[in-house]
Write a protein that binds this ligand. Structure first.
Ligand code: 1CP
Length: 346
């Protein structure tokens, strides 16, 4: 196979039947791999994301080890915010922490735009990766406006997103102004990655599942729709956690592939997506193995993988993945075995 457009992940993303079920894992690069921990020693996360050689090496590590069908660019959802000039850091063991959380109109107005030269190291990393990856597609990504807003408004990781929801309901105009700015940054970051040569993109709205469908439709959907519409030329994957109730609305945002966490069986997800938009082509889904199943032993893991593949046949195309990211204590050898089990014809 010399034509990357025939790579299993890209065939499935177009709603076709590839030669094998394509599989990659969210957070496949990172703490579960000893070679990652070794390389990262002494380098802060955001510095690593701006070092093209390091990004290239970390992105390749899981591809070499596990024979996955996609490489996810090593980066983070806050990278474009930091690059544009927002004062934030990624604190080990915590996640993104923002120096001055967003609360007022002047805070929103102070959020800068993103310009390509500010993320030049990411562009360079994509160039290096495309030279190395052969027929394995490189997946770029960005954080969706709502999930980014949650970090900016809460000041860091949040369980209940209470400040975010308070702003959304308490001052809808300011909320929409904030999401409009963030949608601009996210859309530009995705377009930069597409121009640099990624073969697919994923929009991570990880925390959208914290919202009711009503709130999602009013306060989030228009902005995510704008982001997805502004990206063309590569398949677009749209993912969130706990979004079983939001799947119809997420489909309306217009992505080519909808990510599903482990709470909703794929055949049920496909039915919800189809019922929501009978005029659209049959949906393509990504998911949805519970990351905890990688701790359950190979017989149980094999059964779950077979079930998910069976249920995934309800879709026009299925990209196998976890329902959320690899947990840090996961045994990397089990990830390799899981990939073999997905690839096994059944
Ligand atoms: O292999 C890969 O998937 C590529 C690397 C990657 C991705 C896709 C990282 C590296 N971050 C992300 C996206 C990301 N970052 C998301 C969306 C995906 C998801 O839902 O998991 C989110 C919500 C973040 C925010 C973030 N960054 C967190 C979560 C905090 C919370 O609210 O619970 C954390 C812990 C980080 C830091 C981070 N990002 C990536 C790594 C390897 C790390 C740890 C860095 C360190 O400890 O130094």
């Amino acid at each position: 196979m010399n034509d990357i457009t025939e790579a299993p992940l890209l065939v499935a993303a177009r709603g076709g039947r590839p030669s094998r079920t394509p599989v990659w894992f969210m957070r496949q690069a990172g703490r579960s791999l000893p070679e990652y921990r070794k390389l990262r020693e002494g380098t802060a996360m955001l510095d690593a994301c701006m070092d093209p050689e390091m990004v290239c090496e970390i992105t390749l590590q899981p591809v070499r080890r596990h024979d996955v069908d996609g490489a996810i660019l090593f980066s983070d959802i806050v990278v474009p915010l930091k690059a544009a000039g927002v004062d934030l850091d990624i604190v080990p063991g915590t996640g993104p922490v923002v120096a001055k959380p967003i609360a007022t109109e002047s805070d929103v107005k102070a959020i800068p735009e993103l310009h390509e030269e500010q993320v030049r190291p990411v562009v360079d990393a994509i160039g290096l990766l495309n030279a190395e990856l052969g027929n394995v597609p490189l997946i770029g990504f960005a954080g969706a406006p709502f999930t980014l807003a949650s970090y900016l408004v809460e000041g860091g990781p949040s369980k209940h997103h209470e400040r975010t929801k308070a702003l959304m309901h308490g001052d809808p105009d300011l909320w929409h102004a904030l999401l409009d700015r963030l949608a601009g940054i996210t859309a530009e970051f995705l377009r930069v990655q597409v121009r640099a040569g990624v073969k697919a993109v994923q929009l991570f709205d990880s925390w959208a599942g914290a919202l009711s469908e009503r709130d999602y439709r009013e306060f989030v959907l228009p902005h995510s729709t704008r982001v997805l519409r502004s990206v063309s030329g590569v398949p677009r994957i749209h993912f969130g956690v706990g979004t079983g109730e939001l799947l119809p609305a997420m489909r309306e945002a217009g992505a080519d592939v909808v990510g599903v966490d482990w709470r909703t069986p794929l055949d049920v997800a496909v039915k919800r997506l189809e019922d929501a938009a009978p005029h659209l082509p049959k949906p393509v889904v990504q998911g949805n193995l519970d990351p905890a199943l990688l701790f359950a032993g190979l017989p149980a893991l094999g059964r779950e993988i077979d079930r998910i593949k069976r249920e995934g046949r309800a879709a026009a195309g299925h990209i196998f993945n976890l329902g959320h990211g690899v947990l840090p204590d996961t045994d990397p050898d089990v990830i390799t075995r899981a990939v073999e089990l997905v690839h096994r014809a059944a």
